[in-house]
Design a protein around this ligand. Structure first.
Ligand SMILES: Nc1ncnc2c1ncn2[C@@H]1O[C@H](COP(=O)(O)OP(=O)(O)OP(=O)(O)O)[C@@H](O)[C@H]1O
Length: 247
């Protein structure tokens, strides 16, 4: 049996807020190319773990290693440059810009809105924008203002903005919240496709959706790992049923 290659090593990760320990001595290992779904009751620490990995929140102790880079001491933008992309629950797209412009500003060379609008639409940018627009089901909406998109399409656009940076680790917080049934279907298809080339961590409450995208599932409870493994394994764990699934 070959030894798994991990993209992300989280060890002994702890953060406390005024004495309240939100993440408690957490270990988490995500393989290259793996899609890990993180579930758990409200307040379990799921969002805080993503905040710690992307540098938005500083750890009290512990280590987060990604491709041999220690992330706990890096700034948020350096973590992005190291190849970690994060999508928050509420889309942070530019409503008045077109879909095309939103994707262009996310191209690594055009870091700011102004910089991106000023930069030349070189063949590689045009090609990348069209490729990503196709992936996120918005190829025919490139010239529409982002504000005209549905809620689900805005979520896809933000995923597309992350894809422009070609992250090796992509983290998504409840990507299908508020989506219609057909949008959920397409999002599962999208995540399964983009998850083939990178590692992903997805926080999800919808178990049916989680089942469709997860390689493995981690259940958090009170800042610790309560259970981990295949969806079938965690769904049948009596402790998981007691604290989460039974409610
Ligand atoms: N900056 C902060 N200051 C103080 N407390 C915080 C802070 N961030 C998170 N917490 C607390 O840490 C705990 C974990 O919160 P977190 O948002 O990570 O949970 P979660 O598992 O994502 O929950 P949900 O499913 O409700 O989103 C909560 O009790 C929350 O109130």
């Amino acid at each position: 049996m070959s030894t798994p290659e991990f993209a992300l090593y989280v060890e002994g990760l702890t953060v406390s807020f005024n004495g309240f320990v939100a993440v408690n001595d957490l270990n988490l290992y995500v393989e290259k190319g793996e899609t890990r779904v993180v579930i758990g009751p409200n307040g379990a620490g799921k969002t805080t773990v993503l905040d710690l990995i992307c540098g938005r929140t500083r750890a009290t102790s512990g280590s987060i290693r990604f491709k041999d880079i220690e992330l706990t001491s890096l700034s948020e933008h350096r973590i992005v440059r190291a190849g970690v992309g994060r999508k928050f629950q509420t889309p942070s797209i530019y409503e008045t810009l077109s879909v095309r412009e939103n994707l262009e500003v996310s191209f690594p060379r055009g870091r700011t809105v102004f910089g991106a609008l000023a930069f030349r639409r070189t063949a590689d940018v045009i090609e990348r924008v069209e490729e990503v627009a196709g992936q996120i089901f918005l190829a025919d909406r490139l010239d529409d203002a982002a504000q005209l998109l549905s809620h689900g399409q805005k979520q896809w656009l933000e995923i597309g903005m992350l894809l422009m940076q070609e992250p090796e680790l992509m983290m998504l917080d409840e990507p299908v919240a508020g989506m219609s049934v057909s949008e959920r279907e397409k999002t599962a298809e999208l995540l399964n496709r983009i998850g083939q080339d990178r590692s992903m961590i997805v926080i999800e409450h919808d178990m049916e959706f989680a089942q469709r995208i997860a390689d493995r599932v981690t259940v958090l409870h009170q800042g610790r790992v309560l259970a981990e493994g295949s969806m079938d394994h965690v769904q049948n764990d009596p402790r998981v049923i007691e604290v989460y699934l039974g409610h």
